[in-house]
Design a protein around this ligand. Sequence first.
Ligand code: PXP
Length: 248
Amino acid sequence: MPIRLHVNIDHVATLRQARGTQYPDPVFAAQLCEQAGADGITLHLREDRRHIVDRDVERMRDAITTLMNLECAATDEMVDIAVRLRPDVVTLVPERREERTTEGGLDAASHRAHLGPRIARLVDAGIKVSLFVAADEAQVDAAVALGARQVEFHTGPYAHARAPVGRDVERTLIAQASRAAKARGLEVAAGHGLTRSNVVGVASIPEIEELNIGHAIIADAVLMGLPRAVRAMRAAIRRGVRVRRAKP
Ligand code: PXP
C-alpha cells in the first residue's frame, strides 16, 4: 500500500517571520510541494503564531488541491478556526508556548473530558480528526473512545534515539501500536523528526498509511536549492551591471 506524504510547510513561514518579510510564501511553497507529488499539506497554527499565521491558513484553504491537515491545540479558539475554514483533517497536538517544537504526544487517555466536546464539534463539522499521540495502546483506546478517525504516532523518540538499540526499541513500540490502531479501525499516521535516513524504519511498518514530514524536507530544500539560488542571484546582478554599462 502506498504511503501518503504530507509535507509540513511551517518552516517556510519560520524563515519569513524571522525577517518580517512577505517571502518566502508558505502557500506558494505548498503548491510547489503538490506539484512535486505531495499527497497533502500540513501546517501548524500555534497559539503564539510564531510561524504560520491565520491568513496563511485562510489562503491555504483556497490554494491547495490536495488534502489540508491543520495541526493545532485542542482549544476553543483553534476549534472555532477549524470549523470556519474546514481543513480536510485536524490533527490535535499538545502545545506549550515555551517548547521549540511539539515535544510530546497528546495525552488523550488523561484528557478525555477536555478533548471529547472539542473533537465532537470537529466531527460534527465533517472534519476528520487525527490525534498526535505516543505509540502506546492506552492512547489508541482513548482515540477510539473519543471518536478520532486517525492516530499519528510521535516518531520523535525513535528519530532522536542515539543508539541503534534504543531506536529498535522505539520502532517496535511504533509497530505494536500501529497494529493495535489498525485492529481498532483507526487510520495510522506517523511523524516528527523524520529524515531521509531514518524514515525507512518507519515507512517499512505495514500499517502506516501517512507520514507528516517538515523540518528535514525544508532543510534539504535549503541545501539542495542553494546552488540554484546563488546562480539566480548572479544572473540578477549581471542584469544590473548591463544596465550600468548601457547608461551614458
Ligand atoms: N507531525 C506533528 C503532529 C507535528 O507537530 C510535527 C511538527 O510540527 C510534524 C509532524 C513534523 O515534524 P518535523 O518537522 O520534525 O518533520
